[in-house]
Design a protein around this ligand. Structure first.
Ligand code: PEP
Ligand code: MG
Length: 783
C-alpha cells in the first residue's frame, strides 16, 4: 500500500516536473535535455535517452541523454531494423529486458559507452498513429520495471510526443521559402501603407439599428453588449499609434509576459472545468509565445519602424496563411492556435479588455463559427447568448448551447459585416431573430418577453423533484445529454434522472493528443460521481463527420458522414479504443456506468466490440485492477441498417438508444449540417416515424429498453408523440427537461397513443406537420 502510494506520488511529481519543464523551456533541445534528466532521477535509473526518427522514418538519432556519453548526442544513429530502440519502433510497442546484451536485437554503440547497462525499457513516441521516436531507460543492475513505472513512463511519452511535434512545427515553418517570400512582400506593402487605411478601423462608425434573421437553436432571450470572438479579422485591429522603437519593444515584451500569464491561467481554468490533461492544448500556445523565431520576427519588424500591434498582426497573419495552406489537417488546425494567440497579444497591446476566453462581464458571443473546443473553453457563466454566421440546429455548438441553457441563434448571414465591438444586441433564441442596437420599443418588448420567460422557468422549478408520470400513471424517464463536466450542474438543476448520453468526444476535442486510460478514468469518475445513485450512459468516441480532433489525421473523404467515423474509427484504431474502454472500466466502480457504442450498422461489429471489451476486462484483471465482470452494454440505433435488423441486434445487447440526429440524416440522405437541404431533414417524414416505431416495438417484444437521445425529443409535442409510440425513456439537453416533464405530467398515455396512431396513418410529412400543428395549438396553445 505504502509502495503504491509512493509510486503514485512519484508519478505525479514526475508529471508535474515535466509540465513545468515544458512551460519554462525555450526550445526542443533544452526541453528534451531537462526531461531525460528528470525521468532518470525519478525512475532511479542511470540512463534515460530520447531518440527521434529522421524524416525518412527509418533512422533513429540520439537527441538527448542522461547517463550515456553526451558527446554521442546527434552522433548515434541507427536504422529501425537495428538495436533494441529500433525494435521499439518496429513493433510500435514496449521492449523490456533485464539482460540487454543477451537480447538477439542488442547492438553495441561504441560512442555511447553503454556496455555496463543490463536492463532496458523502451517505449515508442507517437505523433497520432506514426512513431516519431523512442524513450529509453537503462539501469546497471538487472531489474524488471513494475507496471506502475511503465505506466508513468507511458504517460510521459504522450507529453513528449506533443512537445516534439509542436517544436518541429515551429522549426519547419521558419524554414519555409513560402513564408520568407510572404514577409518580403508584406514588408514592402507595410512600408507604403499608412494607419487608417481601409480595413484597419471600423470601430468608430455610429451604431446602427438592424434586424438579422437566423436559425433559432436554443430557446430564451437575452440582451447585452456583444463580444466578437473574431478569427483575427482586420476589423478589430485598431489603428495603433507608433512610438519609438524602444517603447514599442518594451510594449511587446510586457504584452508577451501578460499573455503568457493569461495562458497559464487558462490552462488552470480548463483543467478545472474539464480535466487536468484537457488543458494541455495551452502548452502549444506557450511554446509559440516563447518561440525565439516568432518573437524575433516581430522584433525585426518593430526595429524597422512598424508599431508592435501591426508587427504582431503581420507576423501572425503570415503564420496563419502558411498553416492554412498546408495539406495536413493537423497542421492546418494550428492556424487557429496562431489566431488565438495573435488576437490576445493585440488585445493586451491595445488595452482592449478582452483577455482570451475570460470575459470580464456578461456578453453575447458573436462569431463566424463556434467549435466545440471554443465552447469547452469559454466562461459559460458569462455568456448571455451565442450568435454565429455559420451553423444550424444540428451543429454541436447548438447542442452544447442548449445543454448550457444559453439562448442561441446560428446561421445569421452578414453578421460579422454588420456587428461591431461597441454594439448592443438582443438575441431571441426562440424565434431566431437578432437585433443589433435595437430601438427603444423593441428593447421594451423584449424586456417584457424576457421577464415572462424567466417567470415560466420559475413556474417549472417545483417540477424538478417530481416524477415524470402521465396522468394515467405511466412512468417516463427523463435523462440528460451531456458532454462537459459543467453539464453536471445543469443536469442536476433541471432534475435529470441520470445521463442517457455522455458524449465523450468533447473532452478529447480540447486536447492536443489522445488521453491515456488514467486520465480518462479520472474524468469519467468525476462524471459518475456527479450523478450519485443514477445511471450514466457513457458513449465511446464518436469522431469523424462533423466532429474532428485536431491531432488525429483523417484520410480525405468526399463523404465524411458516410465514411470513416465513430465506431469504425474505434474498431480500426484498437489501441485508442482499448484505452478508452479501460478508462471507462477503471472508472465504473465510482457510479452506475453503462457503456454504449455509436453508429452500429451490423451484428459483426457488436460481436467484435464485445470480444474486445472482454479482453480489456481480462487484461485489467490480470493487472490486479478492480473492474466489473461486465457493464450494461447498449448500442445506438442511428443507421437505417440497424433499424432493419434491430431484432437481431437486440438479442445481443442490453438496451437500444435511437439517435434521431443521425438517423434522420441517413434515412433521408440529408446532411444534418447543410442548410441547403434543411427542408429535406424532416423529423416528421413517415420513414423516420415508422423507423422509430419499429425499434420501439422490437424493444417491447424482446424486453429491451429503448430510449431516444436525439434532439427531436426536446420538443414537448414530439415527446408526447414518442411516448404514444412506446418510448419510455428520453435523453435530451438538460434545460429542455422541465418543459417536456410538464407536458408528460399533464397528458395521458391514451392521448399520446391516439396521436401516434393518427400520425402513423398519414402518408406524407406535410400532412403530419399540419396535423401536429393543430394538436400543438390545442394542447399547448401555441401557433
Ligand atoms: C444522434 O445522432 O442522434 C445522437 C444523439 O448523437 P450525436 O448527435 O452525438 O451524433
Ligand atoms: Mg449520432
Amino acid at each position: 500500500m505504502q509502495r503504491e502510494q509512493s509510486l503514485h506520488s512519484l508519478g505525479l511529481r514526475t508529471l508535474e516536473d515535466i509540465s513545468s519543464i515544458i512551460l519554462h523551456s525555450h526550445d526542443l533541445q533544452e526541453t528534451l535535455d531537462n526531461i531525460v534528466t528528470i525521468v532518470a532521477k525519478r525512475m532511479g535509473s542511470e540512463v534515460c535517452s530520447i531518440y527521434l526518427l529522421e524524416e525518412d522514418g527509418e533512422t533513429l538519432v540520439l537527441k538527448a541523454t542522461k547517463g550515456l556519453s553526451r558527446s554521442a548526442v546527434g552522433k548515434i544513429t541507427m536504422q529501425t531494423s537495428e538495436g533494441l530502440s529500433g525494435l521499439v519502433v518496429q513493433t510500435r510497442g514496449m521492449v523490456m529486458t533485464d539482460n540487454a546484451p543477451a537480447h538477439p536485437r542488442y547492438k553495441y554503440f561504441k560512442a555511447s559507452k553503454e556496455e555496463r547497462y543490463l536492463s532496458f525499457l523502451g517505449l515508442p513516441l507517437f505523433e497520432r498513429k506514426t512513431p516519431i521516436g523512442v524513450i529509453v531507460v537503462q539501469t546497471v543492475a538487472a531489474r524488471i520495471f513494475t507496471e506502475d513505472e511503465i505506466s508513468i513512463l507511458r504517460t510521459i511519452t504522450f507529453q513528449i510526443s506533443s512537445i516534439v511535434l509542436n517544436a518541429r512545427l515551429l522549426d519547419s515553418i521558419q524554414t519555409r521559402e513560402q513564408e520568407r517570400a510572404f514577409f518580403e512582400q508584406e514588408l514592402a506593402r507595410l512600408k507604403t501603407s499608412r494607419p487608417g487605411d481601409a480595413g484597419y478601423d471600423q470601430s468608430e462608425r455610429k451604431p446602427e439599428a438592424l434586424t438579422l434573421p437566423g436559425t433559432a437553436v436554443s430557446p430564451g432571450f437575452s440582451h447585452g453588449k456583444v463580444y466578437i470572438l473574431d478569427r483575427f479579422s482586420d476589423k478589430v485591429i485598431k489603428v495603433a499609434k507608433v512610438d519609438t522603437v524602444e517603447v514599442e519593444l518594451h510594449r511587446l515584451q510586457i504584452a508577451l509576459e501578460k499573455v503568457t500569464i493569461q495562458t497559464i491561467y487558462m490552462e488552470k481554468r480548463v483543467s478545472e472545468l474539464l480535466s487536468e490533461d484537457d488543458a494541455s492544448i495551452f502548452h502549444t500556445h506557450l511554446m509559440i509565445l516563447e518561440d525565439r523565431g516568432f518573437v524575433k520576427k516581430v522584433t525585426d519588424l518593430i526595429e524597422q519602424g512598424v508599431g508592435a500591434t501591426r508587427a504582431v498582426h503581420e507576423v501572425v497573419q503570415g503564420y496563419i496563411e502558411v498553416f492554412s495552406t498546408m495539406e495536413d489537417p493537423y497542421l492546418r488546425e494550428r492556424s487557429a492556435d496562431m489566431e488565438d494567440i495573435g488576437r490576445r497579444i493585440i488585445d493586451v497591446l491595445e488595452g482592449n479588455e478582452r483577455d482570451g476566453v475570460k470575459l470580464k462581464e456578461k456578453r453575447i458571443i458573436v462569431a463566424e463559427d463556434i467549435f466545440p473546443s471554443d465552447m469547452a473553453m469559454l466562461d459559460h457563466d458569462k455568456i448571455l447568448g451565442i450568435v454565429t454566421e455559420k451553423g444550424n440546429i444540428y451543429s454541436h455548438a447548438a447542442i452544447m448551447a442548449k445543454s448550457l441553457g444559453i439562448p442561441a441563434v446560428l446561421g445569421v448571414k452578414g453578421l460579422l459585416q454588420a456587428a461591431n465591438v461597441k454594439d448592443k444586441m438582443i438575441v431571441d433564441g426562440t424565434s431566431g431573430s437578432v437585433y443589433l442596437n435595437p430601438d427603444k420599443h423593441i428593447r421594451d418588448e423584449y424586456l417584457r418577453l424576457e421577464k415572462e420567460y424567466a417567470c415560466r422557468l420559475k413556474e417549472l422549478e417545483p417540477l424538478r423533484d417530481l416524477p415524470t408520470v402521465t396522468t394515467d400513471g405511466v412512468r417516463i424517464l427523463l435523462k440528460a445529454n451531456i458532454g462537459l463536466l459543467s453539464d453536471i450542474r445543469t443536469a442536476t438543476a433541471n432534475g435529470a434522472e441520470g445521463v442517457g448520453l455522455y458524449r465523450t468526444e468533447f473532452p478529447y476535442m480540447a486536447r492536443t493528443c489522445f488521453p491515456n486510460r488514467q486520465d480518462q478514468a479520472a474524468l469519467y469518475r468525476k462524471i459518475l460521481e456527479g450523478f450519485p445513485g443514477l445511471p450514466v450512459n457513457i458513449r465511446t468516441l464518436d469522431i469523424g463527420g462533423d466532429k474532428g480532433l485536431s491531432y488525429f489525421s483523417y484520410p480525405h473523404e468526399d463523404n465524411p458522414f458516410l465514411g470513416w467515423r465513430s465506431i469504425r474509427v474505434s474498431l480500426d484504431e484498437q489501441e485508442i479504443f482499448r484505452e478508452q474502454l479501460a478508462g471507462i472500466l477503471l472508472a465504473s466502480p465510482a457510479g452506475q456506468a453503462t457503456i454504449m457504442f455509436p453508429l452500429i450498422s451490423c451484428l459483426d461489429e457488436v460481436r467484435t466490440i464485445r470480444s474486445i471489451l472482454n479482453s480489456v476486462i481480462e487484461e485489467l484483471r490480470q493487472q490486479g485492477c478492480e473492474v466489473p465482470d461486465s457493464l450494461p452494454f447498449g448500442i445506438m440505433v442511428e443507421v437505417p441498417a440497424a433499424v432493419q435488423i434491430v431484432d437481431l441486434l437486440a438479442k445481443e445487447v442490453d438496451y437500444l438508444s435511437i439517435g434521431t440526429n443521425d438517423l434522420i440524416q441517413y434515412l433521408l440522405a440529408a446532411d444534418r449540417n447543410n442548410p441547403k437541404v434543411k427542408s429535406y431533414y424532416e423529423p416528421y417524414h413517415p420513414a423516420v416515424l415508422h423507423a422509430i416505431k419499429r425499434v420501439a416495438d422490437v424493444g417491447l417484444k424482446m424486453g429491451k429498453k429503448v430510449s431516444v437521445c436525439g434532439e427531436m425529443a426536446a420538443d414537448p409535442l414530439n415527446a408526447l408523440l414518442l411516448v404514444g409510440m412506446g418510448i419510455r425513456e428520453f435523453s435530451l439537453s438538460a434545460p429542455g427537461i422541465p418543459l417536456v416533464k410538464q407536458a408528460i405530467r399533464t397528458h395521458s398515455l391514451r392521448l399520446c397513443q391516439a396521436m401516434a396512431r393518427k400520425v402513423l396513418s398519414l402518408d406524407s410529412g406535410s400532412d403530419i406537420k399540419r396535423y401536429l400543428a393543430k394538436r400543438r395549438k390545442e394542447l399547448f396553445g401555441e401557433g
